[in-house]
Design a protein around this ligand. Structure first.
Ligand SMILES: [Zn+2]
Length: 263
């Protein structure tokens, strides 16, 4: 199993990198978590097949997390109308997709597309995994997703101020892969507070508290993650620093088009 990174930036794309998104690749399916602009092309650049997408999860409705959703859906619905897709996300998602179906594609919602607006602490069971939503602290309604595959589990907690979300996250025991965000440096705690984001200090505190087996960090501001050449497909290695700050534990810092082998 792998977690691929479509993009890793916070807020805005750079010359070579998109905003934050993930694809979980398991034996038989692809699960997309957030859909930056250009996601359909990025997935194909990673040599993955769009026809294997079964579930798309949206954390929140900010544009850097959904800008590629309509074009991805358009391709999936037009190319293979029998492909069953579950689209999950917060309130507002149905209306967002309805606008496109009604005024642009001019068709009713196809039976193959299931849209579910989720509340925090909701649980859903799929054929190969279950998932539970977590209430995150951001400036708009934002859902964390805890995926429980039989062989491993993954918690996506972004965008969020991890400092405010300690209690919610503490409920989740034995997290194997903790995927989170680091928009700012630790000296910018005020910005974290006002915009509902995180920094290396918050990640250290959550690591100390939850002791997840592995941590992946993404959603990094462009100026802290200079990407100066076209991204390449490669496996990420663990390091001991985030945004140039030293950590006391191993951490995987996401890079566009790269992946983590998670089992
Ligand atoms: Zn964001």
């Amino acid at each position: 199993m792998k977690i691929h990174f479509t993009g890793t930036h916070a807020g805005y794309a750079s010359k070579f990198g998109q905003t934050t998104g993930f694809v979980i690749e398991s034996d038989n399916e692809l699960i997309v978590v957030d859909v930056p602009e250009n996601t359909q092309q990025l997935i194909q650049q990673m040599n993955l097949s769009l026809s294997k997408i079964t579930v798309i999860c949206i954390t929140h409705m900010h544009l850097d997390h959904i800008a590629g959703l309509i074009s991805l859906l358009s391709t999936l619905l037009t190319n293979n109308s029998s492909q069953k897709i579950s689209l999950l996300g917060p309130a507002g998602l149905q209306a967002y997709v309805d606008f496109y179906l009604k005024f642009i594609l001019l068709v009713p919602q196809p039976a193959s597309l299931q849209i579910i607006e989720l509340n925090p602490l909701q649980r859903l069971d799929f054929e190969h995994f279950s998932l539970q939503t977590v209430n995150l602290k951001h400036v708009v309604t934002c859902l964390g997703y805890f995926f429980d595959f039989k062989s491993t589990n993954i918690l996506f907690a972004l965008d969020t101020n991890l400092n405010v979300n300690k209690e919610e996250l503490q409920q989740l025991k034995n997290v194997q892969w903790f995927v989170t965000e680091c928009t700012f440096k630790s000296e910018q705690i005020n910005k974290c507070e006002s915009s509902g984001h995180s920094c290396p200090k918050f990640i250290s505190e959550i690591q100390e508290m939850m002791k997840p087996a592995q941590i992946i960090v993404s959603h990094i501001r462009r100026e802290y993650q200079q990407i100066n050449s076209a991204p390449k497909i490669k496996e990420i290695k663990a390091t001991r620093s985030i945004l140039g700050e030293e950590m006391e534990f191993d951490v995987y810092v996401a890079e566009p088009l790269a992946f983590c082998q998670i089992k």
